[in-house]
Design a protein around this ligand. Structure first.
Ligand SMILES: *Cc1c(COP(=O)(O)O)cnc(C)c1O
Length: 421
């Protein structure tokens, strides 16, 4: 691979998605000292159309329309859910709902799935999964007297499907897994894992948080039954944006979720005496949708759909390929170690590097205008978002990283994290 800056510029010139960058805030500075934002997988950039969408709902629909605007708000969860489902996830209409947070949606679908497998008393998750996923699994198991089987997963390479298969038997009700590992970016084989679990009689609940908007997810074609995911990462829905949940159409009527709210009720405004779940995906709703926040999600998800998930995934692979090659050439000689799968087919859109001084390096990089994320244990995570990061941004970020390792200025930074960030 040609690792010159000119080669990175040539990749940008040939990039069919190049035009999307200018539709995000903060991308107009092209100078050598510009901010190199490689944390769009933690909080995506703001689309330039978002403030106007929020202002329109606030001023027109709320400000002037008042309660009369409810007609355009009542179905926001399914409307934006379909934008995400059909435009980003490869789901069919009516299979995705925008509601609550990822953690709460995980809880709702996990309880619903466990109820659908009576007589089975084990929940399986990955020992290396994102904390909230493991905590929700543990909480549901504790409340129901079930047992958690945490499957060991390699921190850098992800879960070995054979190890998972060994943990499945007739006691397992539900398996909770992430499609893209939040730390390493390791990508699971969704179709194979789903099929293996189904053979064992278990349901799989996938967390798509680091995958949605970054990798191709054909939920319908790959036979996925249940999924949740967040919208403020690659979907650029903004801080605290509501999450989405997906339930395969054929399964919806069999499942009942545990929070019986009026937004999950059949014929909601009949205000009936007892809970009777609505048909379809609506039954997984609980309360009034966050209308303003949903408007921001709609703008972000529509941009991803417009760009096309296959093109985004291809660019993500190309950018992480370049990042890995540059890291091998410029950073490994200074002590970093690749902490992500080397095979691009086994990665999402981020790359992680291990270094004993990762916390110090992360702070020093931020001060030099490169924004990565620190992850335990001693890892620097670099997430080039394919919608607005350029190949030259990757090149320049590695160049600043190399200069920092060479001049050693990171040694002046505190060795320990002193506050929660
Ligand atoms: C970001 C992320 C979440 C976020 O959960 P919230 O409830 O939205 O805070 C959950 N799971 C995974 C795997 C994530 O990466």
């Amino acid at each position: 691979m040609d690792l010159t800056r000119a080669a990175a510029e040539a990749l940008d010139d040939a990039d069919p998605l190049a035009g999307f960058r200018s539709r995000f805030a903060g991308t107009d500075d092209d100078g050598p000292d510009r901010l190199l934002y490689l944390d769009g997988n933690s909080l995506g950039r703001m689309p330039l159309d978002t403030p106007a969408a929020l202002a329109r709902i606030a001023e027109e629909e709320w400000g002037r329309g008042l309660v009369g605007s409810w007609a355009s708000w009542i179905d926001v969860g399914t409307r934006v859910g379909d934008v995400i489902g059909t435009g980003v996830l490869g789901a069919r209409p009516g299979e995705v709902l925008l509601a609550d947070s990822t953690s709460v949606d995980l809880y709702k679908l996990l309880v619903a799935a466990a109820d659908a497998r009576p007589g089975r008393d084990v929940l399986v998750c990955s020992a290396d999964d994102f904390p909230t996923d493991r905590y929700v699994v543990a909480g549901v198991a504790a409340a129901r007297g079930m047992t958690v089987r945490e499957v060991p997963a390699d921190v850098d390479e992800g879960l070995d499907p054979a190890v998972l298969a060994g943990a499945l038997d007739e006691r397992v009700a539900v398996v909770v897994l992430s499609v893209v590992a939040y730390r390493s970016g390791a990508l699971a084989d969704v179709a194979a894992v789903t099929a293996t679990a189904r053979e064992a009689g278990a349901l799989v609940l996938w967390d798509l948080s680091h995958a949605a908007g970054a990798v191709t997810l054909d939920l319908a074609a790959t036979g996925v039954d249940l999924a949740v995911g967040c919208t403020y990462k690659y979907l650029n829905g903004g801080p605290g944006a509501p999450a989405f949940l997906y339930v395969r159409r054929e399964l919806q009527e069999q499942l009942r979720q545990p929070i019986w709210g009026w937004f999950g009720q059949r014929d909601q405004f009949a205000m009936g005496p007892a809970y009777d779940p609505a048909p379809g995906i609506d039954r997984f709703g609980v309360g009034t949708p966050p209308v303003l926040a949903a408007a921001a999600v709609e703008v972000g998800a529509a941009l991803v759909a417009e760009a096309g998930i296959d093109r985004l995934a291809a660019k993500g692979r190309a950018m992480t390929d370049l990042l890995v090659a540059l890291a091998d050439a410029c950073l490994t000689p200074h002590g970093t170690v690749l902490a992500s799968p080397r095979d691009p087919a086994r990665r999402g859109s981020h790359v992680t590097l291990a270094h004993p001084a990762a916390w110090q390096l992360t702070q020093a990089l931020v001060d030099r205008g490169v924004v990565p994320d620190f992850r335990t244990p001693h890892r620097v995570r670099l997430g080039p978002a394919p919608l607005y990061t350029r190949f030259v941004d990757v090149w320049d970020a590695v160049d600043r990283f190399r200069a920092l390792l060479e001049d050693g200025a990171w040694r002046d930074y505190p060795q320990e994290r002193s506050r929660v960030t």
